[in-house]
Ligand binder design. Structure first.
Ligand code: SF4
Length: 171
């Protein structure tokens, strides 16, 4: 069986793609898990053409919909984020798992800051890219890097990815 294919927020592999030019390298993912899988690193905000460094983004709720806007100007980039996400997803190979960066308005799986029109902040948001990813790849194992800091969680996620890869190799 080939190694499983696992998508990942590129900053978690040490790529300097964050808004401020930094990364969020995760040692276990890179040093241990990386020996067992082939990663497909993706930075949705780079794919949107926003560059590094770039202005920060946030999620807001407007007309009962989650929108992505620039923090400073409020410019709405949701349509760009959606079209860019769908373009990325249309090119992806078979995926056996995905590791998302927590708290990101693009990559966060849940609990992302979500602002109301009057500026109040809750934490019920899901990143625009991760939301689209889960529609396209329903059922594959996904996790945020912050949930991979303990041995049990690491083993559980690794086993789920290996199981998905075995199933995909027989279909
Ligand atoms: S958009 Fe995602 S991959 Fe890119 S820097 Fe932010 S969290 Fe990392």
């Amino acid at each position: 069986m080939n190694k499983p294919t696992v998508g990942i927020s590129a900053c978690l592999l040490g790529h300097c793609v964050r808004y401020n030019g930094e990364h969020k390298r995760h040692d276990w993912i890179v040093n241990e898990f990386g020996k067992q899988v082939d990663f497909v690193p993706i930075c949705p905000e780079i794919e949107m053409g926003l560059g590094v460094p770039r202005k920060t983004l946030r999620l807001i709720i407007r007309d009962s919909q989650t929108r992505m806007v620039l923090n400073e100007s409020g410019e709405d980039l949701t349509d760009l984020a959606l079209s860019s996400s769908r373009r990325i997803l249309s090119k992806l190979p078979r995926m056996d798992g995905y590791i998302f960066k927590k708290d990101s308005p693009s990559c966060g799986l849940s609990g992302v800051k979500l602002y109301t029109p009057d500026g109040n902040c809750g934490t019920g948001g899901t990143g625009i890219f991760s939301q689209e990813f889960r529609k396209s790849f329903a059922g594959i194992p996904v996790i945020e890097e912050s949930d991979l800091n303990v041995l049990e969680a690491q083993a559980h996620f690794r086993n789920a990815v290996l199981k998905a890869a075995r199933e995909h190799s027989t279909t």
